[in-house]
Structures are given as structure tokens and as C-alpha cells.
Design a protein around this ligand. Structure first.
Ligand code: 26W
Length: 822
């Protein structure tokens, strides 16, 4: 139980109950007899917020009094999930709140289910941002997250006859108790128009941008409560509004309709999150979103700085900005513009500042995911920024590239921020590398590939710029809050301080061989599996056996993540069972969760195929319950919190060299699942930590993948030389799984054979099947499996996001800790 001395906002059950009742009456304006669960939830949030807001203002005071250096985390995505439970745990008042609500006849689980998921992100990158701001607050660092206040987050997924359909997500329909509107900090954002060149009084050329349109950015602050409640930082999200849309002149001139149209155009900017991960949209609205939030955030930062300083000499001491992938790259250009056009600095001065304040994190090596924008789009939306980009490029090529490689025009073409071709493009990643003082990848292996494959010439130019920060996850959400029974077991074993010192769990490894501990550990896993089984039954009507192996793959749907390789394994087992009804295998439940980008045909076909194969298997009497396939709809943070504690086997099976890091792999291991995975991303480091004997590694290495592709990979060779693989693929292509509709599942086989199998599913097939066979054999030995599971949970302390933040602070941000509330 939380000790009052560790948690300054601790209050007991009775005090919490009074507070909830008080808010039910005076904030919600209702009474016990009339209140519905939503009103109770909101009253509870109001009771929590009484503490949160005190922490917020204390933190604000503390940080502005000392005028501290702060990190500004710029991200188009923050995948926060629900906040009620985490805020309660971080304040140390979960138990009193639970008991108080119970006395009021309320179940805290049910109450928490009233909260919609804050799904303002696609996947790994957005969730990483959420874990990072949790850690920053927990460690007491001055930090602010900047992003977009989307009206609609990532779409809600439904299945209709096995096909994904997308429905709008409306997370704020009935108000959100966690956000505070700050109209006093509204910013104006210029767009479109043209640039005029004038002579200033000093005889210097000056540029004046005459925007064609203005929109307003309205900030909404979400308090970010650190564990212990000693620091409450903010996440500031910008909402777009029309500038003076109620323009009386237009109105009186009969232009009411035009004014309304302008209003909807402006408000479209923050309307919806782009649901594509890995494939940039290339759309004007997306570039506008990026500029909109960067412009608002920079003006906010500069305004705050100028309250204390008369010139910009201290700016780079006070401010560091982390760019979460290339999505906020335009912030670099916007700061140049602000400093030169608005503040009157000269180029060298302005550039000198920019070079000290921006750092860039790369999250992907997939070439199609690297953002490029058509020059024409810039010309139209941000004409002044295009000029500045040209100037940055010009100076870079002439001053830097020409000095390093004199007379080499080929290399200039290669490194130019502008890609020449039939359509000229701005390469956003190059712009980042040219300006940022640090560029980091998100796992050791990924950071090596960033240097070697992605930016080799830049690495030659500036080797000291490139670094690694391995990703991490917050153990508060991903262990303490989502798996309270395991958390309790750890409290009993190693004391209560592991949530902020995850390496303490190492001590648990000492118990890995003890029968008694193994039993306790696996009993908790079993309970979590029962709970998930109930949820699956309630949501989908499918009966699954908690004794079976829970084999889970949850992540965005993408060819490189190879959900279809998993499917080939399922088909292989199904076929073997039909051929030999007495086949002795461990019962398994294959559980999936994944959203496909709405325009990604093959990804949607893979979802459909898994659903169809699942339907067949689940109702086939001959399978006798040995296999079940469950594709849970609408995978999101809240569902992950229920699935991960129940996992036995964690599927991390991307083509080596493609998954930058992965973070689901860390969450599973921490909750005692074993990994089956390739030598990719953070799997490599997980293997290092848990030991080769406690993980199932299979498949080609990244070097072998490259070599195969270079030497002309032919997937057909594998198809014709492996009868079981051939049979399984042909089977998928028949009408067995889609009676009366032959060919409905053909696109998968087609992509693997005619499409050339770009992610080498067929090359890795046999090795995967063999590794799965080993999983099956290992699971039969209960003690061995328990020991391996415990070793995984005990040994992955490295992957906590507090360690990631420490690495960022030491390598890049150079911050000091200032916990505000004692
Ligand atoms: C422009 C469209 C777009 C949107 C999002 C392109 C690329 C992205 C992200 C890079 C997708 C993403 O979430 N990447 C994941 O980032 C995680 C956090 O670092 C890593 O763990 C995953 O390996 C990486 O795929």
C-alpha cells in the first residue's frame, strides 16, 4: 500500500468519499439517486483533479521561479489511453479511491470503463511519446509535450463479415475532465499568400510574408502526473479555430455563408488524425497540420522565453526541442523565420541558435515512410519557408559538402535537401540531419542502421551527431496499473520501490527456480488469462480455454510485421490436425489485435483472411478445441492493458532490419510472456538481457536479408521445395475458408509469389515453424516455462522509459531535476 510519506497528495478513503460526493453535488449538479455511471466517473475525476491542479500550479511556480532549461517534446501523436487509473496510482490513492467508491456501491473497474480512450496516435511512436512524458514528470524534469488536439483520434475498428470497417472516434463527445482550455495563450498561424522583398532602413534586403489566411490555435492542457505526484507537467494540444470568423463586415455584406465556409476550413486542420503509419499522406492538410502545431508551439516557447529575456543570447540554454520523427521538422524552418523576419536576427545568429536547440529521433528505416513534400505544395502553403529551406540547402551544399568533397557534384545531388526529378521534393529527414545537433535511433541495432544505411554520407560528415537511445515503457501503466496482482507479488518480494527502479526486479530472478514462487507467478498469469477469456467471450461470443497457450500478436497491421506469417503457422497446425486427428500438440489460442490503414489493401485482406480462417477453425469439431483464433476488434491502449498481462507467447516476428524497435515486445516480457521473434529492433537487446535460453529466436538476420535480396530472392523456390508450405498456401487460395467465394483470400498468396514476397515470409517460414515447435515442447514442461517466464519479467528492467529519459537527458537534453511538491 502507498505510504503517505511517499505521496504528498495521499488522502484516506473517507476523505476521498467526501470529495467525490461533494463534486457530485456541486460540480456535476446531481444527486446520488439520479447519477449515472458517467456522472460518478466525472465526480471521481473532479476529486482527483483537486490534487492534480495543486501539483500543476506548484510545478509551474517551481519551474518558472528558477527559470530552468526544459525539453519541448514535439509530436504529432500522443497515444495516452485512459488516465483515471494511472492518475490514481501516480498520486498513491488508488486503494483509498477504490474503497471509497465501493462504499458508495460503485465498482472502480466499471467506473474506469466510462472513460473513452485518448487515441491521438497511430501506434508505437505515439505511445512512446505518452510513456516519455510520464517518465519526465516522474523524474521531476521540466518538460512539455506539444501536439494537436484532434477532434477525432484514430478510427474505431469494427468487423463486418470479417472485413475491417472504420468508424469515427469521438473521445470528447461528453466532455473530458482532464483538459483545461487556456484561451489566454491563443496563437495566430499564418498560411498561404506571398512573399515581398523590400529594402529596410539599414539598406538590407528584408522579406515580408503576406499570408493569405490566418487561423487561431487554442491550447488545451492535459496535466501529466508523475509517479509520487511531486511533479505535474503538461501536455499542450492545439486546436484550430477560424480567426474572427464572425466577421461582421462579411456578415453584413451578405457573406455569412462564406464566413461559415472559412470557419470549417480552418477547423478542419485539427479535425482528424491521419490514420496512416509508415506511408506519408502527401496531402496539403497533413502539411498544414504539421505547420499549425509547430507554429503555435514555437510562438508559445518564444513568448515564455521573452517574459524573462530581452535578447536571444540565452535561448539555447533554456530551450531544447525533440522532434518525434520528421513530422515536426517544419519547426526548424519556422524558428528561422521567427528569428530573422520577426525578431530581426541575422542568418548566422539565427542558424547558430537552431543548430543548438533541435534534436531528431528517427523511428523507421522503411524508405516509403520517409517524408517528402512536393516543392509546389510548400510554394502554395508556406512560401516563405520554402525560401528559407532553399537558403539552408544552398549554404549546406556550398559550405559543408563542397569542402568535404570538392568538385563532386554527384554527392551534392545525393545529399541535397531538395530531391531533383520530374517532381521536385523536400526531403524532411535530410533537413533534420543538417540542422539537428543530435540524431538518434530507437534501439541499438536500429541506430547502427540509421548510420550505415539511411544517412551514411551524413555520418561521414558528422559522426558525433549520431547516437542511440533505446526505447522504453512506463512500468506504472504497463505493470503496476495493468497487472496489479503481479505488482503486489513484486511488492512482497523486493519492496514497493520497483515502479521507479525497475532494475530492482533482477532480485526476482533468484526465485525463478523455487516451486512455490513459480506457482504464485503462474497462478497470477492464469487469473489474467481467465479474465481475458471472459472478455473475449463477452465481446465476441468465442469460448477459449485458459489452460491453452495464449499466443498474442498485437500491433499495427503491416506486411513487414508479418501477421500473415503467423497465419501460415496457424494453417500449418490446422492442416496437421486434419491429417492426424490424434496429433499431440499443446492447445493454443491465437489472439490478434491490429488496425490497418484504411487505404492499405493487402493489410485489410490479411485481417479478413485471419478472420475467415478463424471462423472455420473455431467451429471445426475435428480440431477439438486444440486451436482457437481470435481477432479482437478495435485494438487500442485500453485493450492492450487487458491482453498483455494474459500473454504466454509474444509474437515479434518482423523481417529483420525493418522494425526500428518495437515496444510491445518490452511490455509482454515485463508481464512474463516469452518472446518468439527475429533478430530485429529491441528483440536483440531483450535477448541480451534475458539470455538466449529464455527466448525463441528464429529467421534470417538483417545482413542475411540484405544479401538474399541483393542476390535475387525467389520466393517460389521455397514454395516448390517445401511441400507443407505449398499445401498451406494453396489451401488459403482455395474456397475452403470462403465457401462460394473462391479467390477471396488470393491476394496473400499472390503477394508472396507473384509479388516477390518483399518481406521474406517464405524464406523464414520453416525456421518459424521449427521455433513454434520448440515453444510447444517447452510449454509441456510447466516448471521450465514458469522459470523462463519469471526470468523474462525479472530481467527486462532496462526497458523502462525512465532509463530512456535518463539517456536522453545525459546525451541530448542536459536537464536538471526539479521535483516541485515535497
Ligand atoms: C507519415 C506517416 C507516418 C506516421 C507514423 C510514418 C511513420 C510513422 C511512425 C514512424 C510509425 C511508428 O509508430 N513507428 C514505430 O515507432 C516505435 C517507437 O519508436 C518503434 O518502436 C517501432 O518499431 C516503429 O515502427
Amino acid at each position: 500500500p502507498a505510504a503517505a510519506e511517499d505521496f504528498p497528495f495521499y488522502l484516506d478513503k473517507d476523505a476521498f468519499k467526501d470529495s467525490v460526493l461533494n463534486h457530485l453535488h456541486s460540480t456535476l449538479g446531481t444527486i446520488e439517486e439520479k447519477a449515472n455511471p458517467q456522472a460518478w466517473w466525472k465526480a471521481t475525476c473532479a476529486a482527483i483533479n483537486e490534487r492534480v491542479f495543486v501539483g500543476l500550479s506548484e510545478t509551474h511556480k517551481a519551474h518558472s521561479n528558477i527559470d530552468t532549461r526544459a525539453v519541448h517534446y514535439l509530436s504529432l501523436e500522443f497515444l495516452m489511453g485512459r488516465l483515471t487509473r494511472n492518475n490514481l496510482y501516480n498520486l498513491g490513492i488508488f486503494e483509498p479511491a477504490r474503497d471509497a467508491l465501493a462504499e458508495l456501491g460503485l465498482d472502480i473497474e466499471e467506473l474506469c470503463n466510462e472513460e473513452p480512450d485518448m487515441a491521438l496516435g497511430n501506434g508505437g511512436l505515439g505511445r512512446l511519446a505518452a510513456c516519455f512524458i510520464d517518465s519526465l514528470a516522474t523524474l521531476g524534469y521540466p518538460a512539455i509535450g506539444y501536439g494537436i488536439h484532434y477532434e477525432h483520434g484514430l478510427f474505431r475498428q469494427e468487423f463486418r463479415d470479417g472485413q475491417q470497417i472504420e468508424r469515427p472516434d469521438s473521445w470528447r463527445d461528453y466532455g473530458n475532465p482532464w483538459e483545461i482550455c487556456r484561451p489566454e495563450s491563443i496563437q495566430k498561424v499564418p498560411l498561404f499568400g506571398y512573399v515581398e522583398t523590400v529594402f529596410g532602413n539599414d539598406g538590407q534586403l528584408r522579406k515580408i510574408w503576406h499570408p493569405g489566411e490566418m487561423v487561431r490555435g487554442v491550447p488545451w492542457d492535459i496535466p501529466v502526473v508523475g509517479y509520487g505526484g511531486h511533479t505535474v507537467n503538461i501536455l499542450r494540444l492545439w486546436e484550430s479555430r477560424a480567426d474572427d470568423y464572425f466577421d461582421w463586415d462579411v456578415f453584413n455584406a451578405g457573406g455569412y455563408v462564406d464566413a461559415q465556409a472559412e470557419k470549417s476550413r480552418a477547423e478542419a486542420i485539427s479535425k482528424v488524425l491521419y490514420p496512416n503509419d509508415e506511408t506519408p499522406a502527401g496531402k496539403q492538410l497533413r502539411l498544414t497540420q504539421q505547420y499549425f502545431f509547430c507554429c503555435c508551439s514555437l510562438k508559445d516557447i518564444v513568448r515564455r522565453y521573452k517574459r524573462r529575456h530581452d535578447d536571444f543570447s540565452q535561448f539555447a540554454e533554456q530551450v531544447v526541442m525533440q522532434l518525434n520523427d520528421t513530422h515536426p521538422t517544419i519547426a526548424i524552418v519556422e524558428l528561422m523565420r521567427l528569428l530573422i523576419d520577426d525578431e530581426g536576427l541575422d542568418w548566422d545568429n539565427a542558424w547558430g541558435i537552431c543548430e543548438k536547440v533541435f534534436a531528431y529521433t528517427n523511428h523507421t528505416l522503411l524508405p516509403e515512410a520517409l517524408e517528402k513534400w512536393e516543392v509546389g505544395l510548400f510554394e502554395n502553403v508556406l512560401p516563405r519557408h520554402l525560401e528559407i529551406i532553399y537558403e539552408i540547402n544552398h549554404r549546406f551544399l556550398d559550405d559543408v559538402v563542397a569542402k568535404k568533397w570538392p568538385g563532386n557534384d554527384e554527392i551534392k545531388r545525393e545529399l541535397s535537401i531538395i530531391e531533383e526529378g520530374s517532381v521536385r521534393m523536400v526531403r524532411m529527414a535530410y533537413l533534420c540531419v543538417v540542422c539537428c545537433f543530435k540524431v538518434n535511433g530507437v534501439a541499438q541495432m536500429h541506430s547502427e542502421l540509421v548510420k550505415k544505411d539511411l544517412f551514411p554520407k551524413f555520418y561521414e560528415l558528422w559522426p558525433e551527431r549520431f547516437t542511440n537511445v533505446t526505447n522504453g515503457i512506463t512500468p506504472r501503466r504497463w505493470l503496476k496499473a495493468c497487472n496489479p496482482e503481479l505488482a503486489q507479488l513484486y511488492d512482497d518480494c523486493v519492496g514497493i520501490h520497483w515502479p521507479t527502479n525497475l532494475e530492482m526486479l533482477k532480485k526476482v530472478a533468484e526465485y525463478a527456480d523455487e516451486k512455490d514462487f513459480q506457482q504464485k507467478f503462474m497462478a497470477i498469469k492464469h487469473k489474467n488469462k481467465q479474465k481475458l477469456a471472459t472478455l473475449i467471450h463477452d465481446l465476441m461470443g468465442i469460448e477459449v480455454n485458459p489452460e491453452a497457450i495464449f499466443d498474442i500478436q498485437i500491433k499495427r497491421l503491416h506486411e513487414y510485421k508479418r501477421q500473415h506469417l503467423n497465419l501460415l503457422h496457424i494453417l500449418t497446425l490446422y492442416r496437421r490436425i486434419l491429417q492426424d486427428p490424434n496429433l499431440d500438440i499443446q492447445p493454443r489460442v491465437f489472439i490478434f489485435g491490429a488496425k490497418a490503414a484504411p487505404g492499405y489493401r493487402l493489410a485489410k485482406d490479411i485481417i479478413f483472411a485471419i478472420n475467415k480462417v478463424g471462423e472455420k477453425i473455431n467451429q471445426d469439431k475435428r480440431v477439438a478445441g486444440k486451436l482457437k483464433v481470435v481477432f479482437m476488434p478495435n485494438y487500442r491502449v485500453t485493450l492492450a492493458e487487458k491482453m498483455i498481462p494474459a500473454g504466454d507467447l509474444s509474437e515479434q516476428i518482423s523481417t529483420a532490419g525493418k522494425e526500428a524497435s518495437g515496444t510491445g515486445n518490452m511490455k509482454f516480457a515485463l508481464n512474463g510472456a516469452l518472446t518468439i521473434g527475429t533478430m530485429d529492433g529491441a528483440n536483440v537487446e531483450i535477448r541480451e538481457e534475458v539470455g538466449d535460453e529464455n527466448i525463441f529466436i528464429f529467421g534470417l538476420t538483417a545482413e542475411e536479408v540484405d544479401l538474399k535480396l541483393k542476390n535475387g530472392y525467389n520466393s517460389r523456390d521455397y514454395y516448390y521445395n517445401n511441400p507443407e508450405l505449398k499445401a498451406v498456401l494453396d489451401w488459403l487460395d482455395s474456397d475452403y475458408f470462403t465457401p462460394n467465394a473462391p479467390g477471396q483470400l488470393s491476394s496473400i498468396k499472390h503477394s508472396l509469389l507473384d509479388g516477390g514476397d518483399p518481406f521474406l515470409c517464405l524464406a523464414d517460414y520453416q525456421s518459424y515453424i521449427d521455433a513454434q515447435q520448440k515453444v510447444d515442447e517447452t510449454y509441456r514442461d510447466k516448471a521450465k516455462w514458469a522459470k523462463m517466464a519469471i526470468m523474462n519479467a525479472a530481467c527486462v528492467g532496462k526497458f523502462n522509459s525512465d532509463r530512456s529519459i535518463d539517456d536522453y537527458v545525459k546525451e541530448i537534453w542536459k536537464l536538471k531535476q526539479y521535483p516541485a511538491v515535497q
